[in-house]
Design a protein around this ligand. Sequence first.
Ligand code: AMP
Ligand code: MG
Length: 521
Amino acid sequence: MSFTFQIDTTFTDKLPADPVTHNVPRQVVEACFSWVQPKPTQQPKLLIHSPEVAELLDLNEKDCVSDTFSQVFSGNALLDGMKPYAMCYGGHQFGNWAGQLGDGRAMTIADVINSKGEHWSLQLKGAGETPYSRTADGLAVLRSSVREFLCSEAMFHLGVPTTRALSLSLTGDDVWRDMFYDGHPEYEPGAVVCRVAPSFLRFGNFEIFSKRGDLTSLKTLLDFTITSYFPHLIKGNITTDTYAAWFAEVYDTTKDMIVHWQRVGFVHGVMNTDNMSILGLTIDYGPYGWLEDYNPDWTPNTTDVEFHRYAYGKQAYIAHWNLMKLAEAIAPLFESVEPLQNILDDYATQYKLAWQDMMCQKLGLKQFDEALVESLMNTLEVMETDMTIFFRKLADVEAEDTPETCIQTISPAFYDDDWQNKAKKVWQDWFEDYLGHLKTNAVDNRKAAMNQVNPKYVLRNYLAQLAIDQAHEGDLSMLHELFEVLKLPYAEQPQFEAKYAQKRPDWAKEKAGCSMLSCSS
Ligand code: AMP
Ligand code: MG
């Protein structure tokens, strides 16, 4: 064996296990997890790994290219002491209680403690069936695994709280998938991502016990969660005050995560309560997408075309709705729900303040100005305007400029060449207002400050798809190059501008995988 981990078994030692060990889909009650085994794979092959995440786990480059690494992180072998488990959770999907869901295609192979004493859970996604797989196969395909791998790490480097990705491997097995649920299934290459986070607990882990009236397990899980991941909240014994403080922290980190999503133009796509991390991390990269033209009503998820429940502009509201469901789940442990209600009631105000602060940073301004920002939101929608390019170019505008030159500066963001006729007047008006602010309300070193919050490089939907298409042909160069470029999203990297910092090309507008994604993965 080329490497080992210090394995921490507290999760499985302290929490109730499913006594049934046969691995068939079923209801699992009064248990936080089930013991499982990854599915052996035909021919595991490591495609890419993240050296930064490896370092968190005290793995060096030699470890990462070892045979042991590709065996273990594709699910083909276990290191001594690894006892994989799948978690039991439920969730509200698209607004409705969906009952038991659980880790249907994910399993934690180990919880480890690194040399700094940090706790990390290592989870394989796509390593085979668990009791929570319901009617599906527990597997994942290359396209969705490339998307999860690239986006997790891109989000981290953008400064957005997220689960991380250690590795992406092919399994050598084919997986039968109906990508658009339209009766056209095909074989696709199977893949496994190893993702890494301090904890993968979700709102749904708490909801499932509450919905089943199993308050004993609910309390055990909540006490364990606070002791393990929120020890700073414990002052003496754990009481309902501690629970309220815990909820306040989940509320806070969730709110901050959403503000970051809005800042970078990320749309999660499936904000079900089972996809909400109790650590406020972006989790479960499925049919997510990045805003190209600024459009608050946009969602990449084809399952959501009817209601746009999880569209960009609704993410803050949905986070609040999800927090309400978490509050309802833990409410039976309280004598009065007032403390939870008070925290929830504060959400709109707190979110608004954090969002306004973020918008000030994007605009390089000291003081928030409601009229200016509202008018910007409206103006951005007058004509298709690339959000990322717009904010990046806005940093080049100077207080002495005229509105006309400002429009020229940001014009690479327009998707329509005819902006002179279609949007010149509204932009002139807006820039007049903005230039006024730049004279009195600009932050110091405005350009540098703006370029630290407005990324130049994001994982544009079509770029991810191109990397996937090439990986399907066996060419991994774009996957590796994109991965590297996205590590420095705020740097100019002029050598990559023409390839990775451009507007979505026309061909990508309606192409599957570029603008529309299903949950099939
Ligand atoms: P998601 O939409 O990815 O959040 O998944 C919702 C639920 O479906 C979770 O319980 C997943 O574990 C489960 N699930 C999704 N895809 C699969 C699959 N291929 N095999 C088994 N379970 C799955
Ligand atoms: Mg999920």
